[in-house]
Design a protein around this ligand. Structure first.
Ligand SMILES: [Fe+2]
Length: 284
């Protein structure tokens, strides 16, 4: 009898899935098995390497909890999250491009009035962010929801940092009759993704850094439109070419301007930075 070859085994495993009742599940699992087997066969995966892979995934599971999602970090740092984004959000010409959601979005963030201050002087330099939500014909959309979140100057989101009040640097705004939104925050700084776990070890082994380009997160939605999950990146914040999660798209980069005029309390000083940023949504 001929010994079993890798190709024989792959065929046997695929045959076992010939009758998966759900058509889409069958497509996904058979493709996953085929690619996983092809990968192991191609690199001639050793038993030690297989065991190291299992250990890695086990550690990722152990470090994951309600506030720490190592599997999203893994997906992000391998570019899978951005690939899924690019496959699923073919932005129409002129509409705002999407990028990764990341692990720090919170459902039901507090509603804030336009013009509200969402950050503290301790978090960084005052930044005024404002603009309009528009449709493809550049008509303003009233009542659109602009959900915003960002890290403090220490590189942490409120949900990761006991030194920040809950909801700091986070909030939901509704556009006014002219489609305008407006808030005061701090200038975002580049930050390292949590690198004290298996994904951090992986990046170090690969000779990669854990830094994300400086950004503010947005999730913008309006009735009758496709919502967009995106960032605005600070052109001068660094790491635009090596963002560790591959999240930078050129259309999302903006330069902040320095503007004369005191920012609202509790900020002080007689000037501040600002970004005017419009979102363009496509119809559903
Ligand atoms: Fe982020």
């Amino acid at each position: 009898m001929e010994p079993v070859s890798p190709a024989d085994l792959t065929r046997t495993v695929l045959d076992r899935h010939a009758n998966v009742p759900d058509v889409r599940l069958k497509e996904i699992i058979t493709s996953l098995i085929a690619h996983l087997h092809a990968f192991a066969t191609e690199v001639r995966l050793t038993e030690q390497e297989w065991a190291a892979g299992i250990r890695f995934l086990t550690e990722a599971g152990h470090i994951t909890d309600a506030n720490r999602q190592e599997f999203i970090l893994l997906s992000d740092t391998l570019g899978l999250s951005m690939l899924v984004d690019v496959i699923n959000h073919d932005a129409g010409e002129g509409s705002t491009e999407s990028t990764v959601l990341g692990p720090f979005w919170v459902a039901d963030a507090a509603w804030r009035e336009n013009g509200a201050v969402i950050g503290r002087p301790d978090d960084g330099e005052p930044l005024h962010v404002f603009g309009q939500v528009l449709d493809l014909g550049r008509t303003p959309i009233a009542g659109a929801v602009v959900d915003v979140w960002q890290a403090s100057g220490r590189g942490l989101y409120d949900v990761q940092d006991p030194q920040q009040p809950v909801g700091n640097l986070r909030g939901r705004f509704r556009t006014d009759a002219a489609g305008r939104y407006d808030f005061w925050t701090v200038r975002p700084l580049a930050y390292a993704i949590p690198d004290d776990g298996p994904v951090g070890k992986m990046l170090a082994a690969l000779g990669r850094h854990p830094w994300r380009a400086a950004h503010i997160h947005f999730k913008v939605s309006a009735e009758g439109c496709r919502s967009v999950t995106s960032h605005v990146f600070d052109a001068e914040g660094g790491y635009l070419d090596s963002d560790t999660v591959f999240g930078v798209k050129p259309s999302l980069v903006r330069t902040t301007s320095v503007v004369a005029g005191a920012p609202p309390a509790p900020f002080t000083g007689d000037e501040h930075r600002s970004i005017e940023y419009d979102f363009v949504l496509v119809p559903k």
